[in-house]
Design a protein around this ligand. Structure first.
Ligand code: HEC
Length: 127
């Protein structure tokens, strides 16, 4: 009888542990959802400019006449690495009406989408 009681105790311990764990039973994980948004954020995918997101990427090169010197100058447009930005900078950029460069598009993502996307970006290097 003592043994039975002990077994029941152990069992309930394991069971409660199993169920109290933060089980992610959503259809896809936050990381997978973020990855999906990175590729397809209802607009041009972040991936088309930022590539993997862990390095700056030259997205265009062009020549422009410098109005002062009248010389042709080579210019580059760079999409910066984004895997180390703070959540504040990320949010600011994602909620801007117009980005500084006017090259990065504006997006209309919900808070949940932004959180998942940020979660993905922060984990780009860790895979
Ligand atoms: C058409 C190219 C393009 C696309 C698409 C694009 N970006 Fe950008 N992004 C840029 C450029 C260029 C900059 C730097 C200039 C600026 O901030 O406007 C930038 C800057 C950023 C920054 C700020 C980095 C810093 O250090 O300040 C973040 C964060 C960012 N992008 C995230 C994203 C995310 C997330 C997406 C997709 C939802 C995305 N970008 C899509 C071109 C792009």
């Amino acid at each position: 009888m003592k043994h039975l009681f002990f077994i029941a105790f152990i069992n309930s311990f394991f069971l409660s542990n199993l169920f109290s764990e933060d089980i992610d039973n959503s259809f896809i994980t936050k990381l997978e959802y973020g990855a999906m948004l990175y590729a397809n954020p209802r607009g041009i995918g972040c991936v088309s400019c930022h590539k993997k997101g862990n390095k700056s990427v030259i997205i265009a090169k062009y020549k422009e006449i410098n109005k002062k010197t009248k010389k042709l100058e080579e210019k580059v447009i760079i999409a910066p690495a984004i895997n180390k930005v703070s959540f504040e900078v990320f949010l600011e950029k994602m909620n801007a009406d117009k980005t500084e460069s006017k090259i990065m598009p504006t997006y209309f993502l919900t808070d949940d989408e932004l959180k998942s996307l940020y979660h993905y970006i922060k984990n780009i290097n860790k895979k």
